[in-house]
Design a protein around this ligand. Structure first.
Ligand SMILES: [Zn+2]
Length: 275
């Protein structure tokens, strides 16, 4: 795990821990299938190891999307957490209730203390060719990695039944999201919320800072209900990410229609944990 959250809600990378006399209390910012935060306590591992990359580890809640991010079961990563031979780094983004949660190569890793036998580096073997697998991720985790500058260079993204595609071709920040490039395309758009408006249908329109062509994100009532937000929620200043179709109506402004559950904020909207 490469990004954790501190008590103030700030994202902390492993590099930010180096050299500190006192390691702050850190929490797992990962997402559970119902959209709530994992919140497990995070420990720093292998900070000074010469055989293993420094990383965060935690006893995650079940099906946290960061459970599979790294395992510290064996040395040998040699400081390159994303080097995987022929296997591309591939993240399957959770799109909602039907999205199954599983770790790399289909394994489940419910317990960090269980070493396991099928880590992905063992599968990065040229005799197997390129494995058709992907690590499960939530949109909130994708956003956190973007904000922390921790997107693997050759990342491919898998959404639903779409074939894997380079993250660089489907993800755009708001200032680059020009209508002439993206109209009628499915895109992952992220930016910082500048203003919140309500549409005549009761949906929320999120205006983004410096957005090209003033493209906005249209949040339907299902997502408003799922996240527990309405026009009174303090969204201005948060970062947001959404996946959907870049739509330019004949009359009206460009906007992204959120596909299913593909919407997340950072800082995350806190919801009460199930007991
Ligand atoms: Zn977690």
């Amino acid at each position: 795990m490469e990004v954790a959250r501190n008590d103030a809600g700030d994202l902390i990378t492993i590099d930010m821990i180096r050299g500190l006399a006192t390691v702050p209390v850190l929490w797992c910012p990962g997402e559970l299938p119902d959209g709530s935060e994992c919140g497990a306590k995070v420990h720093v591992k292998a900070l000074n190891s010469k055989v293993m990359a420094a990383h965060f580890a935690a006893q995650h809640e079940p099906q946290c999307d960061r459970t599979s991010e790294r395992s510290d079961d064996q040395p040998g990563d040699q400081g390159h957490p994303f080097a995987q031979g022929l296997r591309p780094v591939r993240w399957r983004l959770r799109l909602g209730e039907s999205g199954a949660s599983q770790g790399p190569d289909g394994r489940r890793r419910p317990d960090d203390t269980d070493a396991g036998t099928r880590t992905r580096r063992r599968r990065a073997d040229s005799s197997h060719g390129i494995e058709d697998t992907a690590d499960d991720r939530s949109f909130s985790t994708l956003l956190m990695n973007i904000l922390a500058g921790k997107i693997p260079p050759s990342l491919e993204v898998v959404i639903g039944a779409r074939p894997p595609e380079p993250a660089s071709s489907i993800i755009t920040d708001a200032p680059s999201a020009h209508a002439k490039t993206f109209t009628d395309r499915d895109v992952i758009l992220w930016g910082k919320v500048r203003q919140v408006k309500t549409s005549s249908y009761g949906s929320l329109i999120l205006k983004l800072e410096d957005a090209a062509d003033d493209v906005a994100i249209l949040v339907d009532k299902a997502n408003m209900h799922r996240l527990g937000i309405d026009a009174s929620t303090q969204l201005v200043g948060r970062h947001v990410i959404a996946y959907g179709k870049y739509t330019v109506p004949d009359t009206g402004r460009p906007h992204l229609r959120v596909e299913r559950d593909a919407l997340a904020f950072n800082p995350r909207l806190r919801r009460p944990r199930r007991s």
